[in-house]
Write a protein that binds this ligand. Structure first.
Ligand SMILES: *Cc1c(COP(=O)(O)O)cnc(C)c1O
Length: 379
């Protein structure tokens, strides 16, 4: 039975299908105008109920390992549905399965590439090697694969002068939530350092971290960069964004369960930063909250905390026009990316339900979690 968002049980993640379609239109436009291929990086968004829709707009999916690859193989069956994978190391057993379900594999080292050569050669899978351009365009060290000491990608000094026999692709991933300008800059560095190898490649994968669906994203520069690579090296160009697919396309709805006082009013919510939006503590960042302001911007400033035992399970300080009351609902925005995929049941917290909201605002709960989802992982 369809329900409106304000009548769903909380906590609940609500995926906004209209916003997903809006993002898909933009991504498909880039594919159509440049001839490139865009893949969903599932690590940011794996709500597979939407894979048939996503697959009908773009070229396929990419995975961080066997399980995500298998998920795409099973659930993304519409459209071109290419299935790519990159992981720093694969076991032999994983590789045996991967070569039966993936069409492209990117390796992180020459040793892994050679170790698995018999498997991928026999299966006829197209393989690539991830390079490290050693050119940082961001300051966030934990999200910077180009930082000194990075284990991700082969540096120019460790690459041979020609691609190893049978290798068809070059993969690099260096961005995180960035625009087309740092991509263009990185491409210039990659051409300078790896130009002769690009000429030998059949495909070049520009990784993820492209915030293509953000309002201020420089689409013309992205498209110029893709066309330049495609024409110069006569190669297929892949992009594998994750966030861009579901940017601003989801909410986490929570209810105020209690209000305690210590220096300022502290709302106790049925949602948790530690369990339900871990990037708030890990990144860290301040999630947007509907109808709220920065501390002291509006009349009532409150701290938003969870009902776990962790002192630091605080989402942040927000201000409101009217003082929130017990039983009120709050709507955290931009919650479709990296929240559902990273949630956990620390403290035995229930996992939020997952609902999809259609373009009329009707919501269907597609997944409900209970005690068994907590227990089953523990013994
Ligand atoms: C994380 C990652 C992506 C997706 O990144 P987004 O920031 O979600 O766009 C794509 N490819 C690789 C190799 C990654 O590690």
């Amino acid at each position: 039975m369809p329900t409106k968002i304000n009548a769903l049980n909380t906590p609940v993640y609500v995926i906004d299908e209209g916003r997903i379609k809006h993002n898909l239109e933009i991504l498909k436009g880039v594919e159509e105008r440049t001839g490139c291929h865009i893949l969903l990086a599932q690590k940011a968004f794996s709500a597979f109920a939407l894979y048939p829709l996503i697959g009908s707009y773009i070229s396929g999916a990419t995975a961080s390992g066997l399980y995500e690859a298998r998920l795409a193989h099973e659930e993304m069956t519409t459209g071109r549905h290419e299935n790519h994978v990159f992981e720093p190391a694969f076991t032999d057993a994983e590789m045996a399965e991967i070569v039966t379900i993936c069409d492209h594999i990117s390796f992180n080292s020459l040793r892994q590439l050679e170790h698995h050569r018999p498997a991928w050669e026999k299966a006829g899978v197209s393989v690539g090697i991830r390079i490290n351009p050693e050119h940082s365009t961001q300051d966030h060290a934990i999200y910077d694969p180009c930082a000194p000491g990075s284990r991700l990608g082969v540096r120019r000094c460790d690459m041979p002068d020609h691609l190893p026999a049978g290798v068809e692709g070059i993969h690099f991933h260096t961005l995180c939530e960035q625009g087309a300008e740092p991509l263009a800059e990185t491409v210039r560095v990659v051409e300078e350092k790896f130009g002769p190898l690009l000429r030998e490649a059949k495909w070049i994968n520009l990784g993820g971290g492209h915030h293509i669906t953000r309002d201020d994203y420089n689409l013309p520069l992205l498209e110029e960069t893709i066309r330049h690579l495609k024409d110069t090296y006569d190669a297929e160009i892949y992009l594998e964004p994750g966030e861009a697919f579901a940017l601003n396309a989801g909410y986490l709805v929570t209810t105020v369960m209690d209000i305690v006082d210590n220096t300022l009013p502290i709302l106790i919510l049925d949602a948790s930063a530690a369990c339900h939006m871990p990037d708030v503590l890990e990144m860290p960042y301040r999630p947007p909250l509907k109808d709220s302001g920065m501390p002291n911007e509006k009349a009532y400033t409150c701290r938003l905390g969870s009902r776990t035992c962790l002192s630091g399970d605080i989402i942040g300080d927000y201000s409101f026009d009217t003082m929130p009351a017990i039983g009120d609902r709050l709507y955290f925005e931009d919650m479709a990316i990296y929240s559902m995929v990273k949630n956990n049941t620390f403290n035995g917290m229930p996992l939020p339900d997952i609902a999809i909201m259609d373009e009329n605002g009707d919501c269907r709960v597609i997944r409900h979690f209970d005690y068994h989802d907590f227990k089953e992982r523990l013994s």
